[in-house]
Design a binder for this molecule. Structure first.
Ligand code: FE2
Ligand code: FE2
Length: 188
């Protein structure tokens, strides 16, 4: 049974909190569970270890917001290793973004690559279906408003836009950093 492989992880606070994180414009928890279901089925078809595949699938995007397209696999794998997950699970997680990132090195890793891509298509379908009754935008808005991470991201992007505009339009601003750097150097 699928649940027996991941029962302990489902109650982990890190997994539970993904219910409130936005990922592919839907709750990340939905994406993780969808990946688990695809991994379970694909592991059966391809003769891979179902326990390794389902555990890797449930963890594969944990803390992904702190990385990039190519690095978040390594971040999730590090977290998995800290939790005492096996090498096979961590190895599968590291390469789940292939071809954007490392090459998969095991059968289980390939299962996760395929399951993640299939789940992403499922995420898109969920979002598009939810557009009809406004559910998708409502969930998206709710998650963006309740998640401090989005406030910080928005703040940073506003700050960046203001600086960018200043650099474009105020000639002195372009040299401010160099000027202050020189002054500090002189004082020291
Ligand atoms: Fe990912
Ligand atoms: Fe994913």
């Amino acid at each position: 049974m699928l649940e027996q492989h991941i029962a302990d992880l489902l109650n982990h606070p890190k997994v539970v909190e993904t219910r409130h994180h936005l990922h592919h414009s839907i709750p990340k928890h939905d994406h993780l569970l969808r990946s688990v279901r695809f991994s379970y089925r694909l592991a059966q078809i391809l003769g891979a270890n179902q326990r390794v595949c389902t555990r890797a699938a449930l963890i594969h995007d944990i803390n992904s917001r702190y990385g990039t397209l190519t690095t978040h696999g390594a971040i999730a794998a590090r977290w998995a290793a800290e939790q005492g997950e096996s090498d096979e699970v961590c190895r599968a997680i590291v390469s789940h973004m292939y071809p954007f990132g490392p090459h998969p090195t095991s059968r289980e890793a390939w299962v996760l690559v395929l399951a993640d891509k299939a789940a992403s298509l499922g995420d898109l379908k969920q979002f598009v279906v939810g557009l009809a009754d406004g559910r998708s935008w409502r969930i998206r808005r709710q998650l963006q408003q309740s998640d401090p991470f989005h406030h910080e991201q928005r703040r940073q992007s506003i700050k960046w836009r203001v600086r960018h505009q200043l650099r474009q339009q105020v000639p002195f601003y372009r040299h401010r950093r160099r000027y202050w750097g020189t002054q500090r150097h002189k004082v020291l």
